[in-house]
Design a protein. Structure first.
Length: 431
């Protein structure tokens, strides 16, 4: 179980930091002073590129006013397409298959409105009960919008005893009654990465349209969405993509579906050359851009563009390699230093590299919430996902191995001293 590549000493951590080919990227980010920031899976940090990119747009707004739509550099009118095609290589899509638009949940609504056509016996939606709440809310409301009852039409596959969701169980649930499946690439709590290729093949054998929410993988795990034949996907811009709080998200539509009518239409989905004809007959662009609804938020898209440039610059394969090495190191340290009493942490995230995303979930039967609170007090920014999980996400772009090693020492000291017992066990509004 133990990985012999790693060592437990601080010297060891310092040594791999010195050899790290991506270490130079840390300087491009603004790290909250005195903190060890391990929540790049929740809100990626601000980079100097995002600051420059936003300042550029503000200056253009000042200087050009409305002329910025065509005279900005790049022109605002094409900014969403621009950011989308730049992001396409991160997920293995063609440039016109990705658009920067909407938000994660909004894009689920947009895609499901387009692809979910309950008819005859095929009326169901398949999802995973361990998926993020908002995704499930969107699916329930989409079913209700068709005049159907989600209690009958939404099939949720539960995780196994080890808290991971078995691909086999998902496959078994794919039958002729299922019209559409929406699954996460990586589960937000456990960090488990699903086998997308296998699930797409299984879904298509049964005639099911399948989409993925890649919020917890985009920007840290490379994908091959087009080659795998994924029908649609969407993901968040503010996590590993470093687009800033509430930044625009991304939507991928497989090119074989460009001829379909977008379920939610709006003028920014028009063929660009015809948009300002303002015809009442909507002709959508034959690209993912056809699924836009409204004017893109240019300031948010500019911030997104900055984060994206850094990821492209570092290279998604190098990012993935370092991410796996960092999470492997963290799992190694957790096994060695946190698994026995009184620490009693268990690694929930899969140990096989090909089955995990960018974060590590550590479970503890008691007091995980208060231990996380103590970590925050000590400046280690992590979070808690009930009932018993602390999530730690080392970013390959701005975290160091030494920070991971220090985090593990902090957890040991918190348990040794019992200092967490002074903290309130009450949850906060944002945990
Ligand atoms: C982060 C995340 C969201 C966030 O949704 P918004 O609509 O962007 O607020 C939704 N689903 C998943 C799986 C996420 O990880």
């Amino acid at each position: 179980m133990e990985d012999k590549r790693y060592g437990t000493s601080f010297e060891y951590a310092g040594e791999i930091d010195r050899r790290d080919p991506l270490s130079g990227y840390r300087d491009q980010f603004q790290i909250p002073p005195g903190k060890i920031y391990l929540l790049g899976n929740s809100l990626g940090l601000i980079s100097s590129r995002s600051v420059d990119s936003v300042e550029n747009v503000m200056e253009e707004w000042r200087r050009l006013g409305i002329m910025g739509w065509l005279e900005g550099d790049p022109p605002w009118f094409y900014l969403a397409e621009d950011a989308g095609s730049a992001a396409a290589s991160l997920v293995g899509a063609d440039p016109d298959e990705v658009i920067c638009t909407g938000s994660t949940t909004y894009n689920i609504h947009s895609a499901v409105s387009t692809f979910y056509k309950p008819a005859g016996k095929r009326t169901r939606i398949l999802a995973a009960s361990d998926d993020f709440s908002s995704d499930i809310y969107a699916l329930k409301s989409q079913i209700a919008l068709r005049g159907l009852d989600w209690r009958e039409e939404l099939i949720l596959v539960d995780p196994e005893e080890n808290r991971l969701t078995a691909e086999e169980k998902l496959e078994e649930a794919m039958d002729q009654k299922v019209a559409l499946a929406l699954l996460p690439s990586v589960f937000y709590r456990s960090g488990q990465l699903l086998d997308i290729g296998r699930l797409v093949s299984a879904a298509h054998r049964e005639g099911i349209i399948i989409g993925f929410d890649c919020s917890h993988s985009a920007g840290v795990v490379p994908h091959s969405l087009s080659r795998r034949g994924v029908d649609f996907a969407l993901w968040c811009g503010y996590k590993y993509m470093c687009g800033g709080p509430g930044s625009p998200a991304f939507l991928y539509i497989n090119s074989s579906h460009f001829g379909r009518e977008p379920g939610l239409a709006g003028w920014f989905g028009s063929i660009k050359e015809k948009q300002f004809e303002l015809s009442l007959d909507f002709e959508h662009a034959r690209s993912a851009g056809g699924w836009q609804v409204s004017s893109p938020g240019i300031i948010g898209t500019a911030a997104m563009r900055g984060g994206l440039e850094l990821i492209l610059d570092a290279g998604i394969d190098r990012i993935r390699e370092k991410s796996l090495d960092m999470t492997g190191y963290l799992i190694f340290l957790a096994d060695r230093m946190l698994s026995e009493e009184p620490y009693s942490f268990e690694v929930v995230t899969p140990r096989q590299p090909g089955r995990r995303g960018g974060h590590v979930a550590l479970a503890r039967a008691e007091d995980a919430f208060r231990i996380k609170e103590s970590l925050i007090e000590r400046g280690v920014i992590s979070d808690f996902r009930g009932p018993d999980i602390i999530r730690l996400a080392p970013s390959p772009l701005y975290n160091t191995y030494r920070e991971i090693r220090e985090t593990v020492s902090n957890i040991r000291e918190i348990v040794d001293s019992g200092e967490y017992r002074d903290l309130s066990p009450e949850g906060k509004i944002i945990s």
